[in-house]
Design a protein around this ligand. Sequence first.
Ligand code: NAP
Length: 306
Amino acid sequence: MSVLYDRVALIGLGLIAGSMSLAMRRAGIAGEIVGTARSAETRAVAAEIGLVDRVTETAAEAVQGADLVVLAVPVGAMDAVAAEIAPNLKPGATVTDVGSVKRAVVDAVTPHIPEGVHFVPAHPLAGTEHSGPRSGFAELFDNRWCLLVPVEGADPKAVDRLRALWEAMGANVEEMDADHHDLVLAVTSHVPHLIAYTMVGVADDLRRVTDSEVIKYSAAGFRDFTRIAASDPTMWRDVFLTNRDATLDILGRFTEELFALQRAIRTGQGEMLFDYFTHTRAIRRGIIEAGQDTDAPDFGRAKKVQ
Ligand code: NAP
């Protein structure tokens, strides 16, 4: 495949940026990949393992001469990073991000983007519970969705080129409005994470079940909650603070359903429970049929990460 951007700057060198670097190399679509991170430690690890072609000390340095700049930091850090890089952006460059919330990022970053620079927000729907410069892998985006959220008046050529980049990294691309994105993600990702955090917190509080029993018998369902609840605390704090309205909306509906099920259990409404679980099973089948998960008993999880 031919080169899409002569120089790409990755701001942040964690799971998503690292995976992008490896996926871009696999596809041969970036001339040079420059990267930077907040801490000297992350920069040193990235340099040591050759995660990018060149590591710079600051974000301002990293974006110099870059044709594509990717903001791959927690959502709450986007504003400060955008302010830092703005004076050094190359005219005609494209700035994008990978944040899990879109309205807050659009509002925080857009005011910093200079005339003649294109801003095309994006969100790859792919991740793991791991973070940091050693956690990335080239296949992360294969057959996963990447949602592009072009702002009003976005340059179609800049959007098309970014779409080609994500497709070359293995993703399927669709465009979506920022507010709709945040609502969809509240249902499919944000609230499920909150529920997992809560469930693991509950087990931790339950002194009648010992810690060793929780760990030993976790394969019965709890294990899948613990994997999600091991996700990065900074990233998830920022997600809930910046996608507050949609999260609270979906959480309200969730609580109503929970009360309905609670009542059905208390009053012995077996038929209601059976019908409810039959319906949810069909949703699971739909996800497998869409190729977004496997029906292996261990969810396709490799033995070593159980
Ligand atoms: P990560 O592995 O924790 O990496 C985050 C990177 O951002 C690190 O290099 C970190 O530098 C840097 N950083 C943190 N705070 C910063 C700050 N205040 N200023 C400048 N740099 C800062 O995170 P990630 O999973 O790649 O997530 C990055 C973005 O992708 C987030 O916006 C997240 O919402 C989004 N996202 C995540 C997933 C997922 O499942 N993980 C999926 C899709 C999208 P140091 O290492 O030096 O601290």
